[in-house]
Design a protein around this ligand. Structure first.
Ligand code: 26Q
Length: 853
């Protein structure tokens, strides 16, 4: 056993960095603003550009984060605490300004300071471009997690990639999606701090050599590599009014210096510059697919780049303070956000063995006690696989290690199930075939001590289905962590009207302890409270309606039911089922079947992966149906349809507060969790949904009478599959038959004959994996219950209040507390508080200690 090692002594000069705290009041903020506007940005009284107003405010806030950021770092260092690292190819952060103001507790002060300068906070806020460094759910979850880690005072750092181009911007031309590059850094990013002093060197290519060490052991060397530099950019992550500011570290690729380039290029200048380009390409663009795009070498480069840079960074910091790796696993934990960063498993092995001289067993012990893997998908086709030859070429040393991991692992499996060669084939990290493939999920499972799904049903289906063999081998590794969303951004910030009403009613404790929002439940029976709740919803609907008017030219009447489905466009999410219902409503209107009608505004938004033909066709269909419906004078206010372009974090901040009905209608067993469903619920929308993902848990919280459930269960879906005949379903349902007929007859494609044939084919195919037709009747009946319920305004408002009141479970504070209790085991570390935090925080923290331990 090794003895307890002392921390190395660090020498620093406090005099260099000690400053008086910056004022957080109105005069202080005004002063800061003027200083940055004139002295820092160099603008004068004649420049009246909102962009510079925004920048001046951003810098004013940023410097107030800085002192807390340093204090937090010092607190973590002093505590010598265990750290968590969230490794993710995506962080869908959205805007930072409002979040920083809210979490610092100076929204009102900033607002007033600006008013006194003749400016409006909302106008400045609108200047900020979203940091769209993610596709959807998985990326936004990472962002919500960071907010909760900082709020819970957990020493967790995010590691990601600083993509030059984030998620593409979507425009709609002739009803079709057109992608445009998102050059979000063009005007600079006031929220990042470049830290070239922590640059790491990342190797690619080359070959492996073995050699004898002086002590006579075999060791390995990775030679003739092509190297790239990883330069970190740090982004502050403020906790909610607690003085904590954590770090999101994003890596940018840069070429190594020119001398190195000359080696490869035999002194050729132009070749040299081209190589520089190749290096910098690694972090140029986010892959815009939310299901794995297999076989793109650049994507594998990105993944290894992130894993290697982050691990080297952590190990370098470790070695600055510690003599050896004896308690590395007790002090560090890496959470892998899906398999995307799972190169981290062989990479940590390589760093420990090849660069630090540890033996296999010791390195493997450390690796498998520090890695934890979260799965986000149930679709087998979305599991990441890399062709072995590509892996070999790009990461020869990693592959060697993966093969050794696999050989040792399969030996254990064979011991447990002797002679079961089929099981070995099924469980092998290497899939046989032409070419062989590396199964990244299996690598992640074998290399981790924890494997979790993101909702109860999802985790259950992982153990029973996708990862059954592994569950049988290691049942203790498998666990569930139901997703959440941060109530700071997704209620307190995005819905100021509701924030005020809730806070007036039960105080503001709910913001940092969402369980307490349950105290609203009794007020559902109070008519005066319901009236206030309803009028907040109406204001939010008006705000959403103006957005729709401005971006789509469609007029939404706020007296109508606002029926919303916003998420990535995917067949399994069944935007098609929504459209079929819209066509059915249109058909009813045209037939005059409108007795007891509820006026409805249907809003759909979302991006399609650029290469996903059917998803793009669905967007076209939504737009064509919208055009026919909205232009038909017979329809009027009975039904409106709009497709809102360029859905993103900021769009959702306007959409969820103004929504009455949240569409969560995926084929049961396909949506791992969903998180949009939680944002809507918090903001008082009712859900129409299948028993899928976290919908099930939402239903459990609110009860059947406050949720519109429909459709086959996951089990029924699989039972029906072999005997599914959509033609028979259509033949026995005249409403569906008419809808299909309208589609086929070209009613929505007058001058574009046959463009929707592939959609009709998909729906009518017995092999339709998403079984759209199977759930049509049940969906339409559920929508009838929705329409009837909306007629009863008091009843609806009651249900709306109940939905918010029972949304406490879906705070990422609860999710993160569970990650920490079940997986990370980090101690909370309090950072020094400023005066601003003092009053607000003490109160919340005590409350939270009681609920989360
Ligand atoms: C992989 C390899 C190559 C290129 C792209 C990808 C890739 C990128 C993003 C694969 C998947 C994603 C994103 C997946 C995702 O967002 N999944 C969602 O995660 C949410 C958070 O857990 C869940 O709520 C959703 O149910 C799930 O669909």
């Amino acid at each position: 056993m090794q003895s307890i090692k002392q921390r190395k002594k660090v020498v620093y000069s406090p005099g260099l960095t000690e400053l008086p705290p910056l004022p957080m009041d109105v005069p202080g903020l005004k002063e800061g603003f003027r200083h940055h506007y004139t002295c820092h940005l160099g603008r004068d009284k004649y420049c009246r550009s909102p962009r510079y107003y925004y920048k001046a405010l951003a810098f004013t806030i940023r410097e107030r984060l800085m002192e807390r950021w340093n204090n937090t770092r010092y607190a973590y260092l002093d505590a010598d605490c265990k750290h968590g690292y969230y490794l993710s190819l995506e962080f869908l952060m959205g805007r930072a300004l409002g979040n920083a103001l809210l979490n610092l507790g100076i929204t009102d002060e900033a607002s007033r300071a600006l008013l006194e300068l003749g400016l409006k906070l909302e106008d400045l806020s609108a200047e900020e471009i979203d940091a769209g460094l993610g596709n959807g759910g998985l990326g936004r979850l990472a962002a919500c997690f960071l907010d909760s880690c900082a709020t819970l005072e957990l020493p967790v750092m995010g590691y990601g990639i600083r993509y030059e181009y984030g998620m593409f911007r979507q425009r709609i031309v002739d009803g079709r999606q057109v992608e445009e590059p998102d050059h979000w850094l063009r005007d600079g990013n006031p929220w990042e701090v470049e830290r070239p002093e922590y640059t790491q060197r990342i190797s690619f290519g080359g070959r492996c050599e073995s050699f004898r060490t002086e002590s006579g052991e075999t060791s390995y060397r990775w030679a003739d590599t092509r190297d790239v530099l990883a330069v970190p950019y740090d982004i502050p992550i403020p906790g909610y009014r607690n003085g904590t500011v954590n770090t999101l570290r994003l890596w940018k690729a840069a070429a190594t210096d020119v001398f190195d380039l000359d080696e490869f290029n035999a002194g050729s200048y132009t070749e040299s510059v081209a190589t520089k380009n190749e290096a910098e390409n690694i972090t140029m663009v986010l892959y815009p697919n939310d299901a794995s795009e297999n076989g793109k070498a650049l994507r594998l480069r990105q993944q290894y780049f992130l894993a290697s840079a982050s691990l080297q960074d952590v190990v370098a910091r470790w070695k600055a303070h510690k003599e050896d790796f004896a308690d590395f696993a007790e002090k560090n934990c890496f959470q892998l956000n899906d398999t995307h960063p799972s190169c981290a498993v062989p990479e940590l092995m390589r760093i420990l063995m090849d660069e630090n001289g540890l033996g296999w067993d010791e390195a493997w012990g450390i690796t498998t006690r520090t890695m934890a893997y979260t799965n986000h998908t149930l679709l087998p086709e979305a599991l990441e696989r890399w062709p072995l030859p590509m892996f070999q070429q790009l990461l020869p040393r990693s592959l060697e290690i993966v093969l050794e991991i696999n050989a040792r692992f399969l030996k254990e499996v064979a011991k447990r199930w002797p002679g079961d060669s089929d099981r070995l084939r099924r469980m092998s990290i290497i899939e046989e075939g032409e070419p062989q493939q590396v199964r990244m999920a299996y690598l992640a499972i074998v290399g981790s001590f924890s494997v979790n799904g993101v909702a109860a049903l999802h985790s259950h289906l992982l153990s029973e289905g996708l990862f059954r063999d592994f569950y049988e081998f290691w049942p203790e590794k498998f666990n569930n962590k139901t997703n959440g969303v941060t109530p700071r951004r997704w209620l307190a910030w995005c819905n100021p009207g509701l924030n005020r009403l809730i806070t007036d009613t039960i105080g503001n404790g709910w913001v940092a302890d969402l369980g307490r929002i349950r105290e609203l439940a009794p007020y559902a029976d109070d008519p005066a409270f319901r009236e206030r709740w309803h009028s907040v919803k109406q204001e939010n609907k008006a705000r959403l309606a103006s957005l729709v008017e401005a971006k789509c030219g469609v007029t939404f009447n706020t007296e109508s039911l606002f029926d919303v489905q916003v998420k990535r466009i995917h067949e399994y999410k069944r935007q098609l089922l929504n459209v079929l219902h819209v066509i059915h409503l249109y058909d009813r209107i045209k037939r005059g079947d409108t007795a007891g009608w509820t006026n409805r505004c249907v809003l759909i938004a979302g991006k399609a992966a650029p290469g996903y033909y059917m998803a793009k066709l669905i967007i076209k269909l939504v737009n064509n149906v919208a055009k026919v419906v909205n232009d038909d004078p017979d329809v009027g206010d009975l039904l409106k349809v709009a497709f809102l372009p360029n859905y993103r974090v900021t769009a959702m901040e306007y959409i969820c507060p103004g929504t009455d009905l949240s569409e969560q209608i995926s084929t049961a067993g396909k949506e791992a969790s969903g998180t949009g469903n939680m944002k809507f619920m918090m903001n008082g929308a009712l859900t129409i949904g299948t028993l899928d993902g976290a919908n099930i848990e939402i239903l459990e919280e609110v009860g059947e009478e406050n949720f519109f459930r429909f459709g086959l269960t996951a089990q029924e879906v699989e039972q029906l599959r072999p005997n599914y005949y959509p033609h028979a379903v259509i033949a026995s349902d005249p409403d569906l038959a008419r809808v299909i007929w309208l589609l086929q007859s070209g009613h929505f494609s007058m001058f574009e004959t046959g463009i929707f044939d592939p959609i009709v084919q998909a729906i009518t195919s017995p092999r339709d994996p998403w079984m759209v037709a199977a759930d049509f009747r049940s969906y339409v009946e559920a929508q009838k219950r929705v329409a009837a319920a909306y007629h009863d305004r008091e009843g609806w408002t009651r249900k709306s209040i109940i939905n918010s009141a029972y949304s406490g479970k879906f705070s990422t504070d609860r999710t993160i507390a569970e990650y920490n209790e079940g997986i990370w085991h980090l101690d909370r570390v309090k950072a020094e508080r400023g005066s601003q935090e003092e009053d607000a925080a003490e109160h919340h923290l005590e409350e939270r200690e009681r609920s989360f331990g």
